[in-house]
Design a binder for this molecule. Structure first.
Ligand code: CP
Length: 308
């Protein structure tokens, strides 16, 4: 049995296997309709979601299994120990996916589970998103994916952490363009910071104009973590963050004349990290990327059930 708290424990061969299988299932969905017949995935959500919820539930349905949505706030996870509730769950379902505020709670779910656990996004990692992103790049890049150049513009967060891990394992060039070289927020992960310092394929710079020259893919994400976006107690910090980040906005001026694909993991906050004209620009692959959450989840579920 293998858990997916992040992508650190997977080898590059295993990651390639997941991505290649996702492409095969996407091309031949009818061949996999009964792959997970009789299997149930518990999907625990402590935070909001559109894509993660829909893609996992539809993936389970289309593979012949069943996804069960569990809202943390209306379940007895709020009343009891995480390990007790998880021990119960894992006697009734064959896999668990959890979107939680804190990675430490995901590790508690893993410790209480008798079935594989997948991280559906916490403050530190978003492994399913990174798999989707590279899958999408594979579809849009001619030649070996290791010849692609990805530039991530924004703030270091759970998405960039997972991209750092995945790109370093697969040998994909990733430039992080963020105002701070070192992540000192709650998203900081020591291993990721170590990779940024030492990997031959991961670099950091503060200058978006120079960094995006020659990029195949320019990627941005929210500047404010999702649970804080509409939080009135976070308003002062939010305004300061927005002012600091405006030079990093993906807009017509920044991307003028560049032959690159535009990526965003969604949800989009237009007028902040990206302008709406860039979302619908001919170079944008944002909606294909979002659609691919479904196909990447299928590849990942296939792999996880193979290990069980
Ligand atoms: N990208 C992503 O995880 O989308 P949701 O938050 O809607 O699940």
């Amino acid at each position: 049995m293998r858990h997916i708290p992040n992508l650190k424990d997977l080898t590059s061969a295993e990651l390639q296997e997941i991505l290649e299988k996702a492409l095969v299932i996407k091309a031949n969905p009818g061949d996999f309709r009964n792959l997970l017949e009789g299997e149930s995935l518990a999907m625990i959500f402590q935070k909001t979601s559109t894509r993660t919820r829909v893609s996992f539930e539809v993936a389970m349905t289309e593979l012949g299994g069943h996804g069960i949505y569990i809202d943390w706030a209306t379940s007895n996870f709020v009343l009891s120990g995480i390990e007790y509730e998880t021990e119960y769950l894992s006697r009734n379902v064959s896999s668990i996916m959890a979107r939680l505020l804190h990675h430490s709670d995901l590790l508690r779910i893993i410790s209480g589970s008798q079935v594989p656990v997948i991280n559906g996004c916490c403050e530190k990692f978003h492994p399913c998103q990174a798999l989707t992103d590279v899958l999408t790049m594979m579809e849009h890049h001619e030649g070996d994916i290791t010849s692609a150049r990805l530039v991530y513009v924004g703030v270091q967060n759970n998405v960039s952490n997972s991209l750092v891990i995945l790109c370093s394992k697969l040998g994909i060039s990733l430039t992080l363009v963020t105002p701070d070289e070192i992540d000192n927020g709650e998203t900081r992960d020591a291993d990721v910071q170590d990779i940024i310092r030492n990997s031959a394929v991961i670099t950091h710079t503060r200058d978006p104009v120079i960094a995006i020259q020659g990029a195949d893919f320019v990627y941005t994400d929210t500047w404010i973590d999702m649970q804080y976006f509409n939080d009135p107690d976070h308003e002062v910090e939010k305004l300061a963050r927005l002012e600091k980040m405006m030079p990093y906005q993906i807009n017509e001026k920044l991307l003028a004349g560049l032959d690159c694909r535009i990526m965003h993991d969604m949800p989009i906050h237009d007028g902040f990290e990206i302008t709406s004209d860039m979302v619908y620009d001919d170079r944008s692959i944002i909606f294909q990327q979002a659609e691919n959450r479904l196909h990447a989840q299928k590849g990942l579920l296939w792999w996880v059930y193979q290990q069980a």
